[in-house]
Design a protein around this ligand. Sequence first.
Ligand code: SIN
Length: 575
Amino acid sequence: MTSTGIRLHAPAPGWSISADVVVVGSGVAGLTAALRCEAAGLRTVVVTKARLDDGSTRWAQGGIAAALGEGDTPDQHLDDTLVAGAGLCDADAVRLLVTEGPDAVRRLIATGAHFDESSEGNLELTREGGHHRRRIAHAGGDATGAEISRALVEAVRARGLRTIENALVLDLLTDADGRTAGVTLHVMGEGQHDGVGAVHAPHVVLATGGMGQVFSATTNPSVSTGDGVALALRAGAEVSDLEFVQFHPTVLFLGIDAEGQQPLVSEAVRGEGAHLVDADGVRFMVGQHELAELAPRDIVAKGITRRMLEQDAENMFLDARHFGADMWEHRFPTILAACRAHGIDPVHEPIPIAPAAHYASGGVRTDDHGRTTVPGLYACGEVACTGVHGANRLASNSLLEGLVYAERIAADIADGRAENGLHARVPAPVPQPEQPAHPLLGAEARFAIQRIMTEGAGVLRSADSLDKAADQLQRLHTEARDALAENGKTAEPGVDTWESTNLLCVARVLVAAARLREETRGCHWREDHAERDDAAWRRHIVVRLNPDRTLAVQTTDSADFPPTRQQPAQRPQEQ
Ligand code: SIN
């Protein structure tokens, strides 16, 4: 696979540095990959969009799932993951996750992360939706991500790894053979490396996190604008399963017009016995699934949405008054503080909740070593689609996936270097064309995209809603393209306009996949195709960007998931 030649409109790089590996992103996946690469003797640079601890990892509450408890086994974890994934997980990828997971968590502890322990010194484990056992390790009660982030950032600083903060990655650089040669990036700083520059490296690890900001209300921080997926598409890589956006069932409801990052109310609150109730206090999940409130996340999000529609209500409630003040303060201090900051006291009243966009189960398609379809380009964490999540990620599998696949990537790069003798080989990137190839959208387009996606491609979708969304997105795309073609005009390059342009790119792919998938499966819910259709749709939707910026859409069998076993195109569709 070679680059499409498409790149964001940006000034030419004014500075450059070189490395063996550049890791883009500083959550659990990025920092784990960086630490392991550095330990293998690879010159490693971490570039991150804001500060090192500003990504999604810090916001993770519930914990990290692994078969660490007495009587639990990787096979049981595998079974729960496959059930949640609704027929689209790659079982081999899941097996790697669940068997390598427990030791990866132990290595994280050895790196310095402190998890909550019982008075006997055993890990305290909780439950979340879809897990038949207590297997979620947590830290600081409900501050697991913050603790993992703290430990990894401290380790990166202690090891003296080179880091570049406030750096938005723009595009992949490739050499004459189409191999990865580094990235261009824009740094907002005062120092030597300011403005647009380049890190030249034969290996790039994308760990840029998710794309929750494509919707109006999300649990994701403002930096989650799909930059990694958009970069990979422009570089010619394949992305898969983008229609499977997980809506977290219980996000603190701050009003129907609330926008941007919303406070999460962890599934672990239900894991410890909280009940979902409607305004009349009725537990509506009982009888819908054997696990009631602890059913897999898609089922709970649908149960809540259905009840809201039936009752014409804007939200439902999570009732955990029976925990009492001590348990709330000890076990869920972060959530308690967030609720109180918004005038709600969960000790004395049910918490108003509604679903909001939370996690991209799909992403840049990789094999078991985190390799994408572009040589030298890797992806791990939420930006990747390794096949472990299928149509719906099992709760708390994401931190584990970040750990396990980051380690696999570092091992693959280190092994390749040993085999190929690529010591410090820095490829020469092909010179970039003078003229911009990709028009930029204005900063304000971000809000238009969020509104279009929330109305047309949210929890509940239909052909009508998706067609409308596709038309509106196409209009934004065409206007920007025509303005550039006809008057040479495009929005001023800058973080806001690059982000809007990336958001439009991922929104178009998401909507194209959601239109094509005429069934309801996992977290993809079609009002007009209410049933799961295994005969037609036990398949993945794989999308590439054509050089003219149209989308090439194809499907592959579920069993053919890893790119190494990829089949020829089945259902080509140009948009
Ligand atoms: C939560 O704590 O509910 C979020 C966990 C996850 O998304 O895996």
